[in-house]
Design a protein around this ligand. Structure first.
Ligand code: COA
Length: 254
């Protein structure tokens, strides 16, 4: 699977979205590779930190829309839901390096990372409503919690992009750096973490996250059920059809 590069060095597993011609949009095969990599990283003592990165021009355009139409997620064991469960429950530190657009799950996966670094060209968006869908990855819980309700409502109801500086202001991004320096900055931070005592890292992460773990799992399951149902409904069909035909969607009759 070359659309997801998986490289382990000095305690750091780096997972790179490597499908730039399709804006690093994520197919079900890519979700399966990511879910498997996280399972491997959980078990492998040689992995102490995981880094997600893309290209300096694009992090990820989210779900591959054509693949989503052809292989809609079939239930909770589908690759996308397996990936989301694995990243939400992942016990070791996770860093994301985001340059360029991060659309849909490209943004919502960040709520499950411990540190997020962004290029100054990063543009975050969660356009689920514009696609006739609803939030996933427990973002309907985590976005309001992080940003406050009104900013979350703007991000999730309007679905418009917000830039790196705004993301740093609301606490989604730790630091903004020039896009060409981003991946090496994230690697350097990952190596610093990897040199620390792993039990202390894992215990600290568990203590910070455990009070909400069950709620996140339940929210994800509820979102997943709605998302799966809405994917089959006319609004999503119109939105996805419009994307494939490179036209504006028309929801006026829906
Ligand atoms: N699924 C499938 N293909 C996608 C894609 C996606 N999510 N996002 C981009 N692509 C493809 C385009 O169809 C295009 O393919 P083509 O060259 O064969 O026509 C190629 O990637 C380049 O995309 P383009 O839109 O021309 O790039 P851009 O630089 O103008 O815009 C984005 C980049 C990410 C802003 C834009 O592609 C976009 O908004 N994509 C849709 C994102 C989305 O709605 N994702 C949520 C899915 S739930």
């Amino acid at each position: 699977m070359t659309d997801i590069l998986n490289h382990i060095d000095q305690g750091v597993m780096t997972l790179t979205f490597n499908r730039v011609d399709k804006k690093n949009s994520i197919t079900s095969a890519m979700y399966a590779a990511l879910a498997d990599a996280l399972e491997q990283a959980e078990q492998d003592a040689a992995v102490r930190v995981v880094v997600f990165q893309g290209h300096e021009t694009i992090f990820s355009a989210g779900n591959d829309i054509a693949d989503f139409l052809n292989n809609p997620p079939a239930g909770q064991d589908s690759p996308v839901f397996r990936f989301l469960r694995n990243i939400a429950a992942f016990s070791k530190p996770v860093i994301a390096a985001v340059a360029g657009p991060a659309v849909g799950i490209g943004t919502t996966l960040l709520f499950h990372c411990d540190l997020v670094y962004a290029g100054d060209n990063a543009a975050f968006s969660m356009p689920f409503v514009n696609l006739g869908l609803c939030p996933e990855a427990a973002s309907s819980l985590l976005v309001p919690q992080m940003m406050g309700y009104h900013r979350a409502a703007e991000a999730l109801l309007m679905g418009e992009p917000f830039m790196a500086e705004a993301a740093q202001e609301v606490g989604l991004v730790n630091r903004v750096v020039p896009p060409l320096e981003l991946n090496s900055y994230a690697q350097a931070q990952a190596r610093k973490l990897a040199a620390k005592p792993i039990t202390s890292l894992m215990t600290t992460k568990r203590l910070m996250k455990q009070s909400q773990a069950a709620q996140i799992k339940a929210q994800m399951a509820e979102e997943g059920a709605s998302f799966g149902r809405m994917l089959q409904e006319p609004a999503a069909k119109e939105a996805f059809g419009a994307f494939m035909e490179k036209r504006k969607p028309d929801f006026s009759k829906l």
